[in-house]
Design a binder for this molecule. Structure first.
Ligand code: PLP
Length: 393
């Protein structure tokens, strides 16, 4: 793997294929932030970006627990980090996957949202007595950009029996939920914690773990969230007021917030048609979200000397032969962008590289480590505060 100091430095070599830039320092900073400031334990949700290099970086920065959702993710994290604690948080699993996770990889924590799944877990682990079972509640996704509200979770009013039955076989009983990805207000968690309270009261069970899931936001054009501190405060306050024992644990499963800043891509403009740019990565590459859910990512023209043309709005076409490979944006770039120019598209560390395919013969694995700053960050202000406190001392 090559190393460069900056995106601009890399472009001097005129890469023909798209290049993924990774910034380990940005992921390490996010991990340290969660480890120090989240008032509980942070599990990294591996699906957001399963790169082994990233997983090692997070481990070295203090993330010891990993939320895995498939047997392939279990094997991957176990192979990469033999000491890590793995939690199998997909509520619908193959019985064979549960058995392999438990007997071969030492996984003891499982989530579930039905009696059928509880029966599967009990059978697959041969009635193990050392399980942590987390019952997934259905909560609203109304404050989030990507809903996770329909597919999983036991509905309000129906959790009583499942909690009661899980309590009978679990060593530790947990309640978990997911407010949807990119939750734009802390209230999302406040409201979900209210559901947790109702469920605990209705079932009258002792709860050992409350897991607030993922959904912690990153920052994108037009989607700038309040500071993460505000989310942590809301969660902490709600957790403290739940009817649970003093020894109960608080968990979270951040995916996006830990890795969004980790990578970006460099693409080349291969054609310009008015305000449409044809670039060499797209919907089947790292830009799935830009194409299919209209997500906007920050973009910059990598040219020296810098263009001083006024900014205008562009849309992008990716390299494949179909109309679906289109990203509406708008992406703001200098009006004189032309064929042969290179662009950096930022904040693609979460659900960007993870979704890449080689459809139509496009797609590239070239990865370069850089040490410049990501195009946006939720964490640089924290570093500056720490630095200025040090200066004051
Ligand atoms: C996807 C997922 C996460 C991570 O969500 P983010 O929005 O990326 O933080 C966490 N937990 C579960 C169960 C998930 O499915």
């Amino acid at each position: 793997m090559h190393k460069h100091h900056s995106a601009l430095g890399l472009v001097a070599s005129r890469p023909v294929q798209p290049v993924t830039l990774i910034r380990p320092h940005a992921a390490a900073r996010a991990a340290r932030y969660f480890v120090e400031k989240f008032p509980g334990r942070s599990l990294y949700a591996v699906k957001a970006n399963p790169s082994p290099a990233l997983i090692r970086t997070l481990w070295e920065s203090g993330i010891t627990h990993y939320d895995v959702a498939s047997i392939a993710e279990v094997r991957l994290v176990r192979r990469t980090l033999p000491q890590a604690t793995l939690c199998f948080m997909h509520p619908v699993k193959a019985e064979e996957a549960i058995a392999e996770a438990y007997f071969k990889h030492g996984v003891k924590t499982f989530s579930l949202d039905s009696i059928e799944e509880l029966d599967k877990i009990v059978r697959a682990t041969r009635s193990a007595s050392d399980l942590t079972l987390c019952v997934r509640l259905r909560v609203s996704s109304e404050h989030s950009k990507l809903s996770l509200a329909s597919k999983f979770g036991v509905a309000p009013g129906e959790s009583k029996e499942l909690l009661f039955r899980a309590r009978q076989v679990a060593d530790a009983l947990g309640i978990c939920f997911h407010v949807g990805s990119q939750a734009m207000t802390p209230e999302a968690y406040g409201n979900a914690m209210e559901r947790v309270r109702q469920a605990i009261v209705e079932a009258a069970v002792t709860v050992d773990v409350v897991d607030v899931g993922g959904g912690f936001p990153s920052t994108y054009p037009g989607m700038e969230p309040p500071p993460l501190e505000a989310y942590f405060e809301t969660i902490h306050r709600a957790f403290e007021s739940l009817p649970i024992s003093y020894s109960a644990e608080l968990w979270a499963e951040p995916g996006r917030a830990l890795c969004a800043e980790y990578s970006s891509i460099i693409v080349r403009v291969e054609r310009r048609r008015g305000d449409e740019l044809y670039i060499n990565d797209g919907a089947y590459g790292a830009l799935f979200d830009a194409a299919h859910i209209g997500w906007r990512f920050p973009v910059t023209l990598l040219r020296e000397p810098e263009s001083n043309a006024r900014e205008m709005a562009f849309s992008f076409y990716g390299p494949t032969c179909d109309d679906l490979d289109h990203m509406t944006g708008p992406f703001l770039l200098p009006a004189d962008v032309q064929v042969g120019d290179y662009l950096e598209i930022g904040m693609l560390g979460a659900y960007g590289s993870a979704m890449r395919t080689a459809f139509n013969g496009f797609g590239s694995d070239e990865t370069v480590t850089v040490d410049d700053e990501p195009m946006a960050s939720l964490y640089t202000h924290v570093e500056r505060e720490v630095a200025s406190n040090v200066v004051k001392l």
